[in-house]
Ligand binder design. Structure first.
Ligand code: S3P
Length: 416
């Protein structure tokens, strides 16, 4: 069994969330094509509608009507499994007059929200969590800008503070300890916000926004990563991902694959609304483990599970430094990787805050595996099973629909 052929990953999840949410504050209207089809971005649209926003679906496209901040003054918002929906909404709603309650499913209800609440309180919002977790209550309005040093390289946290800053008195500045995805900054600029910055320091003045008339969401690099990484380790494979987002804050996994010795080719084909293009990856028999530094993690945070799978097939030791944040994702991804890839015979261990993978290890057919309700674990395990020449039962496999509802069909189409 090998992977061969072309595929187009679904629209990028991070950009989709953000354009949906910005329609709440911006004026104008936007025709969005290739909006992410997964459940997480549907949670964002449901929240937009619950706040009074207008979302029309027509011929596979989305028509968003800008609300200019005229939202319902009270709302109960179910964010489902989506941490991005909840954290970005906390920031956005902190700047809007009203009382809002945000809740989520069992997994989201275990995830930390206090880290977002703390800077929003400093800005003047009333934000309550239960033991630092959802449900979250936000009473918004009357904010003042702050200078905020992010304690972790988190795009969700950075975005929450920036979105709150849009309606604060005075400038808001965020300082990042290491780079993380910059879609909020880019989209704010595209909507006309007064935002400037580089090298990890962003400064935003309170701004009125206008939606772009049309926006095509590039394919999700994090979704493409599953098949690109799998192609590098499954003998005889060669796959091409079309229309993929190539924003450098999202393509860290391609640099790591290349450093491991994988055959990867990138061809940029467009720059709107962000760089995008074609990526080809082919089986590489001589992969070697490498060091992925703490400063790089923000550029590939969601790809660590599938990169760890790739590292099981590389010679030597791969170290992912300072990946403690992975404990706070949809499940504890460090524990999940050690237990589930370990069940296939992979040699992985957590050393302090680092993940260490030794290879190469031929993976053996497992009995059954558990996604632990985490979509990225479910896809990583499906590909690990393939490498082991097996089709193990994976508990909770249906959660792939959180980010990649077409994953199984694309996998079938690429298998030969
Ligand atoms: C995201 C940021 C990342 C990432 C998540 C999406 C975003 O989370 O893991 O899947 O769209 O901003 P953190 O910012 O918490 O690391």
């Amino acid at each position: 069994m090998k992977l061969q052929g072309s595929f187009s990953p679904p629209g990028d999840k991070s950009i989709s969330h953000r354009i949906g949410l910005l329609s709440l504050l911006a004026a104008g209207a936007c025709r969005v094509s290739n909006y992410a089809p997964g459940q997480d971005c549907a949670s964002t649209l449901a929240a937009v509608e619950a706040l009074g926003g207008s979302v029309r679906r027509q011929n596979g496209e989305l028509w968003l009507e800008g609300m200019g901040g005229r939202l319902k003054e009270q709302a109960y918002l179910d964010c489902g499994n989506s941490g991005t929906t909840m954290r970005l909404l906390m920031g956005l709603l902190a700047g809007v007059r009203g009382r809002f309650t945000l809740s989520g499913d069992e997994s989201l209800s275990r995830r930390p929200m206090e880290r977002v609440a703390a800077p929003l309180r400093r800005m003047g919002a009333a934000v309550e969590c239960r033991d630092g977790r959802p449900p979250v209550r936000v009473i918004g309005g009357g904010l003042k800008g702050i200078a905020y040093h992010l304690p972790v390289a988190s795009a969700q946290l950075k975005s929450a503070v920036l979105l709150a800053g849009l309606r604060a008195a005075g400038a808001t500045t965020v300082l990042e300890p290491a780079p993380s995805r910059d879609h909020t900054e880019r989209l704010l600029a595209l909507c006309g916000a007064d935002i400037t910055g580089e090298a990890g320091i962003w400064r935003l003045e309170p701004s009125e926004l206008t939606l772009p008339a049309a926006l095509r969401v590039p394919g999700d690099a994090s979704s493409a990563a599953f098949f690109l990484c799998a192609a590098a380790i499954i003998p005889g494979s060669e796959v091409t991902a079309e229309g993929v987002l190539l924003n450098p804050t999202r393509t860290g996994f391609l640099s790591v694959l290349a450093r491991m010795g994988a055959r990867v080719q990138v061809e940029e084909q467009g720059a709107e609304p962000e760089p995008w293009g074609r990526v080809r990856a082919a089986y590489s028999p001589e992969l070697t483990g490498c060091r992925v530094t703490a400063g790089e993690i923000g550029l590939l945070v969601d790809e660590v599970p599938v990169l760890a799978l790739a590292a099981t097939q590389a010679r030597g030791v791969a170290v992912f430094e300072q990946v403690g944040e992975l404990r706070l994702k949809e499940t504890d991804r460090l524990a999940a990787l050690v237990s589930q890839l370990g069940a296939l015979g992979a040699r992985l261990r957590v050393r302090g805050e680092d993940l260490v993978v030794e290879g190469p290890t031929p993976l053996r057919a497992p009995e059954d595996l558990d996604s632990l309700g985490d979509h990225r674990m479910a896809m990583t395990l499906r590909l690990a099973g393939l490498l082991a020449g097996a089709r193990p039962a994976i508990a909770g496999q249906e959660c792939v629909a959180i980010s990649y509802p077409g994953f199984a069909e694309t996998l079938e189409a690429l298998l030969s």
